[in-house]
Ligand binder design. Sequence first.
Ligand SMILES: [Zn+2]
Length: 203
Amino acid sequence: MRQAEHLESNIFQSVKQLETTTVLQHTLGLTLTKRGNSYAARCPFPGHEDKRPSFIIYPGNKGAWCFACQRGGDNVAIISQILDVKPIEAARLIANEFGLQADCPLSTAERQLLQEQAAQRTREREAVRAFQRKINDAVRALGLLVRTTEQVLAAGGYSAHVELADWLTGHDYRKFLLQVLQDKNYKIQLQALSDPEVIRWII
Ligand SMILES: [Zn+2]
């Protein structure tokens, strides 16, 4: 075995022997609750908004698994998926966190880069959540307006009221905006979200 390969296999072995709970608490700051012999936490994988703890961490170095999004694995597999880095980078990051860096030190720049990448992904997830909340608010507000208007229309007797006639001229447009807000493409949703008619009702 060449020297570099030998060091790589060493670092994988060392990191895989660490307690998974300790690795995840230390590296990701997960909050764990005891569940039988294991621990449960909200799933840390990107894209999974875990409402209840679906992520089970097994005792010892047996890794963890999310029963909702079906992702998991050993210490290295989990960290590499969450931070979106290669397994060797994940192993080096963990080794570094636990002072096992003698074989394969992570430079300060590499470490900062990995942490910055993780922070960036967290910010992106938060931005997506905030965007989704705004869309939901807008859909709720506009949906209520559209439904109320349609109830008034169904009841009839509106034509005598000038104000209501004015209101009705915007009805089709609000229905259109409601559809656009629920589009699959976030760029299109964003356009609807910045429409004055939407802003007017959600602020
Ligand atoms: Zn999950």
